[in-house]
Ligand binder design. Structure first.
Ligand code: PLP
Length: 461
């Protein structure tokens, strides 16, 4: 009997998966000859697959989500209790956990005031885009309708979010996209577009202003940025960047929308990534770590000044936000989010994220001394990346097959790390990604970097 499933034989499950499940982000051809991976059970930092193999998860459920770790009984308890009390009601009425979580969340976000619930990161971003467009209609005669997004950032998989997507490989065969979304340059100094400049942060922010001036400031209503770019290669903005971005938004009356879908709720050592930089956003969106994957929930958080614009004319049939999210009415989401926040707070996970993140960065920097293939190491809190290059001088990206081979070798060793791959643009997708749960210990961090050390040695010699 497999102790993780209570089932004698999981081969039927694997066959059902092979026959009928279409996995996310996956080329399925190899599954004609090798078994697809099916995950079965998780506890803390560990996860077991259908063969019974144990893995140390350094990516929090594959995509930066399970911030508080697997198998939390108190999460299951609050969700069960809430489901039995009232599982769902949507539309114009609120719910007890919805009200309580909103109050608690706003307590962590000085300057913010309102929470709009939905259930995925993409959806939360769509809501913000719609709010910005509606403000353009109501306040600016429809003129300020354009939304700027940044090269290498990602905001989701729906058409609005993809239209704001700065990663070519995610968009290539899904166009045409929505008009009115305009790209600004990335801010990764390691791959500076302006050569060696002293004030790279300000230069990269000025590039946003150049786009605004080119498009016409009276046509630009919003700017959507990740606080620290995630899937685009863990890009920590350079000094001076955010201060200048804030000034530019104020100068041209542009609403600042920060996508905290990955960075939110402790991932970078603060409650939110933007809080490292003293930025004052108009919109903050969040999803993954809000309930750590125990329930589906996302939030679009706004200031009271934004909210006020949707209630100033009660007689106008368009004078409010004409939007709904059916499953934004699932009460398990905010109930789970409340408990998730309690855990982060009471277990000191922001502090642990900072401390363990420093250890992870330190270990990766030490590996850089040993492995010439590591060109750059970056990160904040338990959110780190290491960019692999064929040549440190030219910064030519390491071949994709080898980047993937490092992750596959770690997987063999029982450590799951992330690897960007399948980029359509050189130097855009050759990083190893690390985002362990915020409960990681020193020995977890050391085990992760030991696995990477071994893998780099075997793959690159
Ligand atoms: N925003 C960012 C920064 C993300 O990384 C993602 C997903 O990875 C999303 C938005 C989309 O979230 P979801 O997959 O929940 O729609």
């Amino acid at each position: 009997m497999n102790r993780h499933t209570g089932m004698n034989d999981l081969s039927a499950v694997i066959e059902a998966d092979r026959a009928h499940v279409w996995h996310h982000l996956t080329q399925h051809k190899p599954y004609e000859t090798v078994d697809p991976k099916v995950m079965v059970e998780g506890k803390g930092m560990k996860i077991w697959d259908a063969t019974g193999k144990e893995h140390l998860d350094a990516v929090s459920g594959g995509v930066w989500t399970v911030n508080i770790g697997y198998g939390r009984e108190s999460m299951a308890d609050v969700i069960r209790d809430q489901l039995l009390k009232l599982n769902y009601y949507a539309g114009a009425a609120g719910s007890v956990p919805g009200a309580l979580f909103a109050e608690k969340l706003i307590g962590k976000m000085p300057g913010m005031s309102r929470v709009y619930y939905s259930n995925s990161g993409s959806e939360a971003n769509e809501k913000a885009f719609k709010m910005i467009r509606q403000i353009a209609h109501r306040q600016h005669g429809g003129r300020k309708w354009k939304i700027l997004y940044r090269e290498r950032d990602y905001h989701g998989t729906t058409f609005g979010a993809l239209s704001a997507g700065g990663q070519a490989q995610r968009n290539a065969q899904y166009g045409p996209f929505l008009p009115g979304f305009v790209e600004v340059p990335h801010c990764l100094e390691y791959r500076s577009q302006w050569g060696d400049v002293d004030d790279y942060g300000e230069r990269a922010a000025d590039a946003i202003e150049e786009v605004i001036l080119r498009e016409g400031p009276d046509t630009v209503g919003g700017l959507c940025l990740e606080p620290i770019t995630a899937g685009g290669g863990v890009i920590v903005p350079p000094a001076g960047y955010w201060e200048r971005v804030q000034q530019i938004c104020e100068k041209y009356d542009i609403l600042l929308h920060i996508d905290e879908v990955v960075c939110g709720v402790g991932r970078t050592g603060e409650w939110f990534g933007y809080q490292h930089y003293g930025v004052k956003p108009d919109f903050v969106t969040m999803a993954k770590g809000v309930a750590s994957g125990y329930a589906a929930i996302s939030c679009t958080v706004t200031t009271e000044a934004v909210f006020d614009q949707f209630k100033d004319d009660p007689d106008d049939p368009m004078g409010f936000f004409r939007d709904i999210s059916t499953f934004g009415g699932c009460t398990s989401g905010p109930a789970a989010a409340l408990e998730n926040m309690r855990i982060v707070e009471e277990e000191g996970l922001l502090d642990n994220s900072t401390k363990m993140g420093e250890r992870l960065l330190g270990n990766l920097n030490a590996l850089m001394e040993k492995h010439a293939v590591i060109g750059d190491v970056r990160g904040k809190g338990l959110f780190c990346g290491a960019e692999l290059v064929a040549d440190r001088k030219t910064k030519e990206p390491a071949p994709e097959a080898k980047v993937k081979a490092v992750a596959a070798d770690c997987m063999e060793q029982g450590v799951i790390i992330g690897a960007q791959n399948r980029s359509l643009a050189d130097g855009m997708n050759n990083a190893l990604l690390f985002s362990p749960a915020l409960i990681a210990t020193e020995s977890d961090i050391d085990a992760i970097t030991e696995a990477v050390d071994g893998a780099l040695g075997r793959v690159f010699g």
